[in-house]
Design a binder for this molecule. Structure first.
Ligand SMILES: COc1nc(N(C)C)ncc1-n1nc2c(c1C(C)C)[C@H](c1ccc(C#N)cc1)N(c1cc(Cl)c[nH]c1=O)C2=O
Length: 100
C-alpha cells in the first residue's frame, strides 16, 4: 500500500487507478475492478507474467516482455524481478493516485 501524508499528517491509504492500457492488461490477468492497492497491482502483474510464461527459462528472475503488451506499458524489453526500485518506477508511471 502507498502511504502518503496529508497536510494534517494523517496517513491515508492511497489506492491507484491504472492508466487505460495498463488497466486492460490487469483485466487480462483476472482483475475485475479499476481501483487497486499497489499490492493488488503487483499480484495481477505477477499472475500475468506466470500465465504467459514471460520469464526466462534459464534465468527465471528475468522477464522478457518485448513481444508483449507488458513491454509497451512498462517501456522496456526485459527486466529483473530482483530490482524492486526499477520495477516500481516503471509501474508507478502507469498509475494515478486515488484518495479514498
Ligand atoms: C519471473 O518471476 C517469477 N518466476 C517464478 N518462476 C518459478 C519462473 N517464480 C516467481 C517469480 N516472481 N518473483 C517475483 C514475482 C514473481 C512472479 C509472481 C512474476 C513478483 C512480481 C514480479 C514482477 C511483477 C511485474 N511487473 C509483478 C510481480 N515479485 C515482486 C516484486 C516486487 Cl518489486 C514486488 N512484489 C512482488 O511480488 C517477485 O519478486
Amino acid at each position: 500500500h502507498f502511504l502518503v501524508l496529508q497536510r494534517d499528517s494523517l496517513p491515508v491509504c492511497v489506492q491507484v487507478r491504472p492508466k487505460v492500457e495498463f488497466g486492460s492488461l490487469l483485466q487480462h490477468a483476472g482483475a475485475t475492478k479499476d481501483v487497486f492497492t499497489i499490492k493488488e497491482v503487483m499480484f495481477y502483474l505477477g499472475q500475468y507474467i506466470i500465465q504467459r510464461q514471460l520469464y526466462d527459462q534459464n534465468q527465471q528472475h528475468i522477464v522478457h516482455c518485448a513481444q508483449d503488451a507488458l513491454g509497451r506499458v512498462l517501456g522496456v524489453d526485459s527486466f529483473s524481478v530482483k530490482e524492486p526500485r526499477v520495477l516500481f518506477a516503471m509501474i508507478t508511471k502507469n498509475l494515478e493516485a486515488v484518495r479514498n
